[in-house]
Design a protein around this ligand. Structure first.
Ligand SMILES: Cc1cc2nc3c(=O)[nH]c(=O)nc-3n(C[C@H](O)[C@H](O)[C@H](O)COP(=O)(O)OP(=O)(O)OC[C@H]3O[C@@H](n4cnc5c(N)ncnc54)[C@H](O)[C@@H]3O)c2cc1C
Length: 633
């Protein structure tokens, strides 16, 4: 167990009765006195309502699904008083500008919160959790939705209750530790990925699961979403790199959560605190439903749908009891989208930056070649296999000025020259369906001579080529990275909509899947620029839609249904890395059995029986997709 210096500092500085963080020397647990919760409603004259806990049960939410649960705006108004009385020192914001700002993220939704909290310290987070946990008995619509940089694409950070913004103040990078050549970094949840990356660069290291949004997003948000990116083909999701994390659970205490051996698990689970209770109950759940969990294992390598029960125990129940493997609740909190607790601190492992890599580009003119190219390339253990489609390339060629925001001076002209040169000279002005970019490391090239690799990946119809011109390398990556933004340039009256953007199929089905998807786009008369992580069979489709039209919401519902069913038909998944959020939670029954959905519900209930953490995401959908969709482009 560790104690947080930030929390201690808060105690000293707090002018009011802020909770003192007491070091508890057992079970890696930080305990704080229960002052906050004890003080609440009894002594407070304003609050005399009878508790109505039934409204907060999973069943009540199920009954109220889509139509929404009963709301009680008064609860939010009284909350400010409660929070201040308990020593909350951060910002408590209810002004129109703030509520408007926090009513959108990068998703297709717009939902106005009642209040935005910006905790100054971890103690503030604890106070917020305790106050809401207490007040929810009286005001059932209260809940806390953590928000970091707000770049999520599924609406995970949106709520009609309280947002708790961890980025404003909780963004310290505490330490980089270098031990026997391995590097770890510890930071607060709101630390931005780009700042962590900059700090790690001093040690020639980086975090391998970096998402494409790494310049915009935070570490805590990425762990809570279990984000992934280009290099995830080889290195997996964010959660694979988390060594430990500190989390505020529903009792308002902070717990350090990390993988436990069987011995450690037995010891801690006998203790008397919230983490121990959750450990015991999750263990029982896994034992009881091991078969169901295994039977519902997604076939795709990437997955952020549901709770990651497949990695919580990294061995079987019987083997764990014999002392093998580890049990890690962190695997449920990472990817849990703030539905099970609030992450306050994360320690992640880093890797040395790979300096000597080789980029291979291969244009695929015939979709039937796509699966073969990827399957072959995978044999060489690439760091990544990325793709962008013909429409993205076409838009790049039509809009050279777009790249001026990223490139300047002579470099801009050289990169543009390379971009046009590749198309007109190399491809003889014929637009490929896809361009694949494959990165190999030095070790692979030493083991397999480059000509041998190129020959293996090439097909009768297209040839793979190692790119040595740095401007051509830059041009190809620029197009790959710009695909989403470029798609906006097609029509200023439409907006690229994130709802089909996270489908993934096993790569061997990629060609057939994509052909069928193209047909569906034609049927719905919608265009979409496509890019993605080819090696994982992971496509980001962003159809261009007009959100001012009244029938767009219905179109989104119909398209989601048809497209998601198509992904499932090809043994795929609807949620590779962007997580369930509002958009995919109602569709989880397409990829998981009803029994598995019940297991997820039970799991969430173990952590959060009163649904104070981000309700309506991952389980028990409660936001009406039609009425929550934004109305502007
Ligand atoms: C242009 C663009 C490109 C993108 N590319 C990628 C990509 O390559 N890969 C990828 O995975 N994603 C991608 N995304 C989606 C998104 O950027 C990532 O998932 C990112 O990691 C989210 O981080 P954030 O800080 O913005 O989190 P937010 O969006 O603020 O939050 C994400 C979720 O985590 C919860 N949460 C936030 N903080 C906490 C906390 N402290 N404790 C508990 N729960 C918390 C929120 O409630 C929400 O459900 C992209 C988005 C955009 C706009």
């Amino acid at each position: 167990m560790k104690s947080s210096s930030t929390t201690k500092a808060t105690v000293k500085k707090s002018p009011r009765k802020s909770p003192k963080t007491k070091v508890v020397k057992k079970a890696a647990v930080k305990k704080t006195p229960a002052k906050v919760t004890k003080k609440t409603p009894g002594k407070n004259k304003e609050i005399k309502h009878k508790p109505n806990p039934s409204l907060r049960t999973s069943q009540a939410i199920k009954d109220g699904a889509v139509t929404g649960i009963k709301r009680h705006p008064l609860g939010h108004l009284l909350l400010e008083k409660q929070l201040r009385e308990q020593g909350f020192r951060g910002n408590i914001l209810c002004d129109a500008h703030t509520l408007h700002k926090f009513s959108t993220d990068e998703s297709i939704f717009s939902i106005k919160p009642q209040m935005v909290l910006q905790p100054r310290t971890v103690a503030d987070v604890q106070i917020a959790v305790r106050v809401v946990a207490e007040q929810v008995k009286y005001f059932p619509s209260l809940s806390l939705t953590p928000r970091a940089a707000g770049t999520g694409l599924g609406g995970g950070s949106l709520t009609d209750s309280i947002v708790i913004d961890v980025c404003e103040y909780l963004h310290d990078i505490e330490q980089v530790e270098v031990k026997k050549g391995s590097v770890t970094i510890t930071c607060e949840a709101g630390a931005m990925w780009r700042d962590v990356e900059r700090r790690l660069r001093r040690h020639d290291a980086y975090l391998p699961p970096y998402p494409s949004s790494k310049d915009l997003c935070s570490i805590g948000g990425s762990v809570a979403n279990n984000a992934a990116g280009s290099d995830s083909l080889r290195y997996g999701h964010a959660s694979d790199w988390v060594e430990s994390m500190e989390v505020v659970l529903k009792d308002g205490n902070i717990y350090e959560i990390k993988p436990l051996s069987y011995k450690e698990f037995v010891k801690i689970s006998k203790e008397k605190h919230e983490y121990a209770r959750i450990l015991r109950e999750v263990w029982n759940l896994i034992q009881k439903h091991e078969k169901t969990i295994n039977a519902n294992h997604p076939e795709t390598r990437k997955n952020t749908a549901g709770y990651d029960l497949w990695h919580t125990l990294n061995t079987s129940v019987s083997r764990f009891k014999k002392g093998e493997g580890t049990f890690n609740l962190g695997r449920l909190i990472a990817g849990g989208q703030g539905t099970v607790g609030i992450i306050t601190k994360v320690t992640m492992r880093a890797l040395p930056i790979q300096h000597h890599t080789t980029l291979i580009a291969i244009p695929v003119f015939d979709l039937e070649d796509a699966a073969a190219v990827i399957t072959k390339a995978l044999e060489f253990n690439p760091i990544n296999i990325e793709l962008f489609d013909g429409l993205s390339y076409e838009l790049a060629l039509q809009n050279p000025d777009f790249f001026k925001q990223f490139l300047s001076g002579l470099k801009y002209y050289r990169v543009m020259l390379a971009m046009y040169g590749t198309f007109h000279v190399r491809y003889k002005s014929r637009m490929p369906e896809f361009t694949f970019l494959i990165t190999l490391d030095e070790e692979t090239i030493t083991k397999h001579p480059l000509p041998q690799v190129l020959a293996a990946i090439s097909t009768d119809r297209t040839r793979a080529r190692a790119i040595t011109n740095p401007y051509e390398i830059e041009a190809l990556w620029q197009v790959r990275r710009a695909s989403y933004s470029l798609s906006k340039l097609q029509n200023p009256n439409r907006h690229p909509a994130a709802f089909l953007e996270d489908m993934v199929v096993p790569p061997e089905h990629l060609s057939k899947f994509f052909l069928e998807i193209k047909q569906l786009f034609r049927e719905f008369r919608v265009t979409a620029a496509v890019h993605g992580h080819g090696g994982d069979g992971h496509f980001h489709f962003y159809p261009l839609l007009d959100f001012t039209k009244s029938n767009t919401a219905l179109l989104i519902e119909k398209m989601s249904d048809r497209f998601f069913k198509t992904a499932v038909k090809y043994h795929g998944n609807i949620c590779g890395e962007h997580n369930d959020g509002i958009i995919r939670t109602p569709h989880l029954g397409k990829i998981f059995s009803q029994k598995m959905i019940r297991v997820f519900e039970e799991l969430e209930h173990i952590f959060d029986p009163d649904d104070i953490f981000n309700p309506g995401k991952k389980v028990n959908p409660r936001f009406d997709i039609k009425t929550s969709i934004r109305k502007v482009n």
